[in-house]
Design a protein around this ligand. Structure first.
Ligand SMILES: NC(=O)c1ccc[n+]([C@@H]2O[C@H](COP(=O)([O-])OP(=O)(O)OC[C@H]3O[C@@H](n4cnc5c(N)ncnc54)[C@H](O)[C@@H]3O)[C@@H](O)[C@H]2O)c1
Length: 349
């Protein structure tokens, strides 16, 4: 029988249910215990998934059955729980974004490297077939010279969503708004598929929500290191919420993705497999991205990512989505915030 890496979940709120379902469905990983600072919440969650709830964080960390943890606390708490977890020798799958600042993000990456534990940064969309097919086409040079890389995240989050937990919409615990919390998935895809940015200029604003410190709308223009130009439109104000779009155009081809569907797959040099990619891509895998409701997502992407991390733990090989990979989107978003604040473009080394 295939070895199963034994996981614990830290933080049994909304996204933790996806982690538990994904772990249940995984062939090489399983959930054995949970911890939440709200012990009643953890107990209820543990009962639902038939695992142990541990009430003391130090006891949770000392538990030798737990080999790996998923971090599902509010973002600004990720480092606070990930650092001691790394020191306790637990491998870590940390929810997006890794933390609220680059400094705190680097502290998590360093702690995992220092303690020789595997760190994975959750960006479940990277594991969709549509994204993987696009990445293959990029790596094969099928786009020719890349010229435009655009993403639109016209999502909707209600006022009730921001009011539902005190950490939402705060700089200290959410790290930002439409960009850092919601649009970060597609910003990660932009970087994964088109490479690192050279420079960014941005505007951000809070247009439709009250009582939040962060932006609910942002636009940014990006110059990429490969010479292409790009735009990012990020919003949580666009009722009722629309699929995430990402479009890459080169001198020899264009691909347009909507959530995990391929809406356009056109190359000057057509290959025999293109028709099948278009056909399969049109319907996608229905992984759902939460355009209007944060919980309207599927656990399939998390399952693929957990299985990849577990495989890395078992085999000693690298995970496909390391902490350093997860850092890239945090870096670009921090640059966007700096540009919006100073009114000046921000360059990346
Ligand atoms: N990958 C995705 O698509 C996705 C979707 C939603 C949320 N997220 C991310 O998941 C994280 C959690 O978001 P959420 O919506 O589930 O939040 P939530 O508020 O619903 O749940 C957070 C849980 O963490 C617990 N908690 C807080 N401090 C803690 C501590 N010190 N130790 C242990 N538990 C603690 C809270 O009691 C709560 O149960 C965020 O980083 C968010 O960005 C990712």
């Amino acid at each position: 029988m295939e070895k199963k890496v034994k996981f614990g979940i830290i933080g049994t709120g909304a996204i933790a249910a996806m982690h538990a379902k994904a772990l249940e469905a995984s062939t090489n990983a399983e959930l054995v215990a949970v911890f939440d600072k709200l012990t009643e919440r953890a107990a209820k969650f543990a009962e639902e998934y038939n695992v142990r709830a541990i009430n003391d964080f130090n006891v949770f960390l000392a538990d030798t059955e737990i080999e790996a943890v998923t971090v599902a606390t509010p973002t600004g708490i990720h480092g606070m729980v990930a650092l001691p977890a790394a020191k306790s020798g637990k491998h870590i799958l940390c929810e997006k974004p890794l933390d609220v600042t680059l400094k705190k993000t680097d502290a998590i990456i360093d702690a995992c490297e220092d303690n020789n534990v595997v760190l994975g940064a959750v960006f479940q969309s990277r594991f969709s077939t549509a994204v993987q097919e696009t990445k293959k086409a990029v790596d094969a040079g099928r786009f020719g010279k890349m010229v435009l890389a655009n993403t639109q995240i016209h999502w909707f989050r209600s006022q009730e969503y921001y009011d539902s937990a005190t950490w939402r919409g705060t700089w200290a615990l959410d790290g930002g708004g439409a960009l850092m919390n919601q649009s970060i998935h597609n910003i990660d895809l932009l970087l994964y598929l088109n490479g690192d940015p050279a420079e960014v200029f941005a505007y951000t604003d809070t247009l439709t929500h009250t009582g939040i410190e962060v932006e609910d709308n942002a636009v940014a223009v990006v110059k990429f290191k490969n010479g292409s130009l790009g735009t990012i439109e990020a919003s949580t104000s666009c009722a009722p919420g629309f699929p995430r779009r990402l479009e890459l155009s080169g001198s020899k081809g264009t691909v347009m993705l909507e959530d995990d569907c391929i809406k356009n797959w056109t190359f000057v040099e057509e290959l025999p497999e293109d028709e099948a990619i278009r056909e399969a891509g049109l319907t996608g895998e229905n992984m759902k991205s939460g355009s209007g409701d944060p919980m309207a997502i599927d656990y399939e992407g998390h399952k693929r990512q957990i299985q990849d991390l577990a495989q890395a733990i078992i085999s000693g090989k690298k995970t496909k989505l390391s902490g350093r990979e997860g850092r890239r989107a945090v870096q670009l978003i921090c640059g966007i915030y700096e540009s919006a604040k100073t009114g000046k473009p921000v360059k990346f080394d």
